[in-house]
Design a protein around this ligand. Structure first.
Ligand code: SF4
Length: 113
């Protein structure tokens, strides 16, 4: 036999349950929407991170002028023999197109003489 206190508690539970269900549905919908947005934004974040690191890497290179880059060799030193040269026409340290016959003050021979 159900006592009066149990009946009141059960009634309160039923009232709360209905109200909470509504709240839970709203919260679940908001949570799913947030998760969906988060999932959609993941590729965007990954691409922008890669793009930024690529930009940061490119910005680490120095312009030609400060390192006195020239298109001709100097004293038997040229880019094709430099440790920093990246064939066919790039450099790990200097920006822009680099001639294999070029030279700059950052020259380091591939093999020490
Ligand atoms: S000489 Fe200068 S520009 Fe040429 S590869 Fe070496 S560091 Fe780069």
């Amino acid at each position: 036999m159900m006592q009066k206190r149990d009946a009141e508690a059960l009634q309160k539970y039923e009232e709360n349950k209905n109200g909470e269900r509504h709240d839970i549905r709203i919260r679940r919908r908001d949570a799913l929407r947030s998760m969906g947005l988060a999932m959609l934004s993941l590729p965007l974040v990954a691409v922008s991170t890669l793009w930024m690191s690529r930009e940061a890497y490119a910005q680490q290179k120095v312009p030609k002028e400060p390192v006195k880059y020239q298109e001709e060799p100097k004293d038997n030193q040229q880019c094709s023999g430099c440790l920093h040269f990246v064939p066919p026409n790039a450099c790990k340290l200097v920006q822009g197109e680099i001639s294999p016959q070029g030279w700059c003050t950052l020259y380091v021979p591939k093999q020490r003489q």
